[in-house]
Design a protein around this ligand. Sequence first.
Ligand code: CA
Length: 228
Amino acid sequence: MAEGEGKPLMLIVEDDEDIASMLKSYFEMAGYLATTASSGKQALEKAKRACDVILLDVGLPDMDGFSVCRALRGVHACPIIFLTARVEDADAIDGFSAGADDYVTKPFSLEVLAARVRAQLARSQRVRRIEAVRIDDMLSIDYAAMEVSVCGAAVPLARKEYEICAFLSKHAGRVFDRDMIYEQVWGTAGDSSVVTEHVRRLRRALAEAGACKEYIKTVWGVGYTWRS
Ligand code: CA
């Protein structure tokens, strides 16, 4: 995420070239780093990169904006603002549960849209700030900063070790087998014995940092669970 590290990253999904380039230049002038995508497929491709806010046209040539939004939600938690030309769409968006954060109807004023974008960014920053979770007196996990701390001191973890820790702790009490953990963390099926090794290192890192409780419990013959 780009906050605090420079310009907010914006993805503009719009098949109308004039609107897309107008939005891109407007938001670049306003201090954003903007990328455009002209189809749903391209949007999903470009959304693999980091993103702070997405502007999403409802009427795209290949997919409708709602399906794109649903698919983007699987990748990004960042605010998504629909751009729509039809009043009927506005009604649909209101009742839409797949996670649009706001919408503007075309023709829209750039100032209004910019204000909506700022409001959404401010809101998502607030959400991320409270994402730092105190697990107990000893352990806290900042899911936004991807940092695990024991007694206030950051625990040095490799990326995948952190991701296993985050995944299990977010689903405390549920048991996951190694294959499921592998798929969640690596995003594909693979050699799940790697999980065993990562969990071992993760436990050791937590113990070395002074955590005297075993957070990750082995469920014999099944996998692991986070002790809630
Ligand atoms: Ca369109």
